[in-house]
Design a protein around this ligand. Structure first.
Ligand code: SF4
Ligand code: SF4
Length: 294
């Protein structure tokens, strides 16, 4: 790496998650994951990913020590990326990331410790952002979002939520690039749920190619049929994301384009508040759900 390139350290901690957010990031196309890990993300700036349990070669205590060293040596400079919700029952013992000097290090402890000296925290995916599936009823591990845990601990560091089950790779790469380019986002750059408006500022329903069907009352009765998917449970009318414009899998398609209703995976309260998944929203849904703060 040229000495002219500024390195931004990053630590990725995984809590209660399916690792789908990591898998989605591995599918980044432009830049690719190889570009992300090795090259500058933007000219002159490179993300130095120091810890990621799934994709790093290091393991055990030496790898965990890198995390501690980053917090000590690069305080207020590194990004803390958290994937997954944070189990809090039994002092967080339902989810640990390893052992240090014979002591289990819980995700709750790791996130709290690292957040205190981070530049900012990026919650990757709906579980880290809002609790997601691990915090769904009955939630025996008392899983919580990163923001909730930080509030309980009295830690007031900037948090950016990049939800999605999983998030689109562009949403995460774009958010990191925005921080490297412009510094931390201003309050105007984020919505009420701390999501970057650049990616989550538009209602899916307003940009859906099936919108003309909705407006003319032509509704599909089965998945795969032409027509609006509202009566099959589409949550596009209460979901904010740019899926219809950005598309997934390198611009190939998206949920509604493939014939599936949007299930509202980026919204606070997903999945519980979006249930029943395949039943239509009733007329008072917008008011009743109150799932997006604008
Ligand atoms: S398919 Fe969903 S997002 Fe598209 S117009 Fe119908 S209700 Fe709206
Ligand atoms: S269309 Fe809806 S369910 Fe599909 S990825 Fe986008 S927000 Fe999630």
């Amino acid at each position: 790496m040229s000495s002219k390139v500024v390195e931004c350290p990053a630590v990725w901690i995984a809590g209660a998650s399916c690792s789908g957010c990591s898998i989605s990031l591995l599918n980044a196309v432009s830049p690719s994951i190889k570009n992300l890990l090795i090259d500058p993300v933007i000219p002159g700036k490179h993300v130095n990913l120091r810890f990621h349990a799934t994709i790093m070669a290091g393991q055990g205590e030496p790898a965990l020590k890198v995390v501690r060293d980053t917090a000590a040596q690069r305080a207020e400079e590194y990004l803390l990326l958290v994937e997954g919700a944070i189990p809090t029952a039994e002092d967080g013992l339902y989810c640990t990331i390893g052992e240090l000097e014979g002591e289990e290090l819980t995700v709750r402890e790791a996130v709290s410790e690292l957040a205190r000296s981070a530049l900012a925290i990026i919650s990757v995916g709906t579980c880290a952002s809002f609790g997601g599936i691990p915090s769904g009823s009955p939630n025996p591990s008392e899983a919580k979002s990163v923001k909730e845990v930080l509030e309980e601990e009295g830690i007031s560091k900037p948090v950016i939520n990049v939800p999605g089950c999983p998030p689109h790779p562009d949403w995460l790469v774009g958010t990191i690039a925005m921080v490297l380019l412009n510094g931390l986002p201003s309050p105007d750059d984020l919505d009420g749920a701390l999501r970057p408006k650049a990616f989550y500022g538009k209602l899916i329903h307003d940009n859906c190619p099936r919108r003309a069907y909705f407006d003319s009352g032509q509704f599909a009765r089965h998945t795969g049929e032409p027509g609006c998917l509202y009566e099959l449970g589409c949550k596009g009318p209460v979901t904010y994301a740019d899926c219809p414009l950005r598309l997934w899998n390198n611009g190939v398609n998206w949920c509604v384009g493939a014939g599936s209703p949007c299930i509202g995976c980026v919204e606070p309260g997903f999945p519980d508040k979006l249930q029943p998944m395949f039943k239509k929203l009733d007329e008072t849904a917008l008011e009743r759900f109150k799932i997006s703060v604008r």
